[in-house]
Ligand binder design. Structure first.
Ligand code: MG
Length: 188
């Protein structure tokens, strides 16, 4: 049966929206700085933070609150529909790549808590295309991951439309506004 690889942050849940204010508060009130927050890397953080400041953020804020990221309700509905149709569902995420990032450990609880059916979870995947060899579909919100999958795998690539990807255009990439569109694209 067909296999679908699905990113987690900003693909099935609103990570940027949730962690943007937390990163800002950490920068202003804990570090007493005035850094810009970068939203392009999947998890909002400042590129001006030192390795130590980043480690503190991941250990004390990100890893601890990641369970509370609001799920996209339509992701739950349509991923479960795909799973019930017989599709193999694999979640693939960079979480856990850094040794101070323990947010990968919470993923099984998070998926269970949100009633999402799945087959497998791949964590710490900085170059996702390396894991997509036998996948028929790849769903992600970052341009870099999508383009690598397009160039280096046979998977059909679905890009989640966000503020960062709204102007991106590529005939070979299906851009989706929501999970209903993803479901229809895959099943039609
Ligand atoms: Mg993502």
């Amino acid at each position: 049966m067909s296999k679908i690889a699905i990113d987690i942050d900003n693909t099935i849940c609103n990570s940027n929206e949730f962690f943007g204010p937390i990163a800002l508060k950490y920068d202003r009130e804990v570090l007493h700085k005035d850094n810009d927050i970068d939203y392009s890397a999947g998890i909002p953080k400042s590129n001006a933070w030192s390795e130590e400041e980043l480690k503190y953020y991941f250990e004390n804020y990100f890893s601890k609150q990641v369970i509370n990221i609001p799920i996209k309700e339509d992701a739950v509905i349509y991923i479960n529909k795909l799973k019930r149709l017989g599709f193999e569902i694999v979640f693939i995420t960079k979480r856990g790549f850094k040794d101070y990032d323990h947010s990968d450990l919470i993923i099984p609880d998070y998926l269970k808590m949100n009633n999402i059916l799945y087959d497998d979870i791949i964590t710490g995947s900085v170059d996702k295309y390396n894991y997509l060899g036998d996948c028929d579909y790849f769903i992600d919100d970052t341009i870099e991951n999508c383009e690598q999958a397009l160039g280096k795998t046979g998977a059909k690539v679905i890009m989640i439309k966000t503020d960062r990807t709204k102007d991106y255009s590529n005939d070979k990439v299906f851009k989706a506004n929501n999970w209903q569109e993803i479901y229809e694209y895959i099943t039609n």
